[in-house]
Design a binder for this molecule. Structure first.
Ligand code: NDP
Length: 357
């Protein structure tokens, strides 16, 4: 792995530090001895900040909390003062929304503009690492078939998500596009994006509410016991995503977008790796659910029929070569990632009860 050039004299800023993905980035930064400026929505919520404070107490680094909200113009400026690097991870990741404009697009897009306005006003910042997503590259697994060689690359943008269809993916697409416009309009700081696929793996602690956990909650509560769809998807370990962010921040020549995805897979295969260890006590599916059945019952499980048509039994494939070659990213085996997450969730009391398969 390329050696990282970390200047621990300057603080770094991490937005959304209370989040699942950001937790591991904070851990990495603290272990190198960095001082982190962490603007959060509620710096007085000691329960929410407990795990981050515990990490700081056990490391060489320091963490300092500030109050900020993606929707409040200028609210990141104070926390950014003197920082050399900004990690912008904060963005709502939720699929169950009533008003996608208000709940997803506005915080993602206006939040990114808000943070980058502060970056433009803060001379010490030289690099911004944006947590984007593979969702800014594709909307449906079926898009892979029309990509060159059937494979998603960093050259591709999501062109089919909208406010009405896959609004979370739309929020990530418009936010990343806006960030590139900001970056190209000036020459003092540069932008590097990390584009993870679906993030799995244990958290740093607590009971995160990220969509990654809602998804596994359904599995642990038995929702897939009779079968899971071969819904094409990419998966990556949260710890690999954090290391990729570190490389994006501290390898001077890092540039552009980075597909950060360890495995080209599908939902049935993801669950199948848990069968040996947990099949006896939990509803790990033994077989793949037929597409017509998923199409019929999908809407009752919160999956629209267009999403089923465009994703189930479609192969998902992305090229992660750039992350390996330029950021030195290496990827955990899928089985280890899934087992460590599932076990964490059992221990943390996420699941209602044991459901024999
Ligand atoms: P979490 O829900 O755990 O984290 C989201 C973070 O965003 C929280 O810290 C939350 O703060 C913050 N946030 C949300 N709305 C606001 C707001 N209005 N003002 C300030 N902060 C806000 O999700 P993840 O860790 O999973 O996601 C983190 C990032 O990674 C997001 O950008 C997401 O799009 C991206 N990503 C995630 C993937 C995944 O599979 N998990 C895959 C690809 C990308 P608070 O604690 O106050 O709610």
């Amino acid at each position: 792995m390329t050696e990282l050039k970390i200047d621990t004299k300057r603080p770094v800023m991490v937005t959304g530090a209370t989040g699942y993905v950001a937790g591991w980035i904070v851990k990495e930064l603290l272990e190198t001895g960095c001082t982190i400026h962490a603007p959060v929505r509620d710096p007085d919520n000691s329960a929410k900040l407990k795990n981050l404070n515990a990490l700081a107490n056990a490391s060489k680094g320091k963490i300092k909390f500030f109050k900020a909200d993606l929707m409040e113009p200028g609210s990141y400026t104070v926390a950014m003062k003197g920082c050399g690097t900004v990690f912008h991870t904060a963005s709502p990741f939720t699929l169950d929304v009533k008003d996608p404009q208000k709940e997803l697009i506005d915080p993602a897009l206006n939040g990114t503009k808000n943070v980058l306005d502060s970056v433009n006003a803060t001379k010490s910042v030289k690099r911004v690492v944006l947590t984007s997503s593979c969702a800014a590259i594709y909307a449906d697994a079926k898009d892979c078939a029309s990509a060159p060689n059937g494979t998603l690359t960093e050259d591709i943008w999501n062109t089919t998500a909208s406010l009405e269809y896959q609004p979370y993916s739309f929020s990530k697409t418009v936010a990343e596009k806006a960030a590139w416009e900001f970056a190209k309009a000036q020459g003092r700081w540069d932008l590097v994006t990390i584009n993870p696929s679906f993030v799995m793996g244990p958290p740093i602690g607590g009971k995160p509410t990220s969509e990654s956990f809602n998804f596994m909650q359904q599995l642990g509560d038995g929702a897939y016991r009779t079968g899971a769809p071969r819904f094409g998807i990419g998966v990556v370990d949260v710890r690999d995503v954090a290391k990729a962010h570190m490389a994006a921040a501290f390898i001077p020549r890092a540039n552009g977008r980075h597909i950060t995805s360890g495995h080209n897979t599908n939902i049935f295969e993801m669950f199948n790796v848990l069968k040996d260890q947990y099949g006896k006590d939990y509803g790990i599916p033994k077989s793949a659910a037929p597409k017509f059945l998923v199409w019929l019952i999908g809407p009752f499980m919160g999956i629209g029929r267009k999403v089923v048509s465009n994703n189930v039994n479609h192969v998902w494939k992305a090229d992660n070569t750039k992350s390996i070659n330029e950021l030195g990213t290496s990827y955990h085996p899928l089985k280890q990632t899934m087992e460590e997450m599932f076990q964490y969730m059992i221990d943390a009391g996420y699941f209602k009860k044991k459901v024999g398969s």
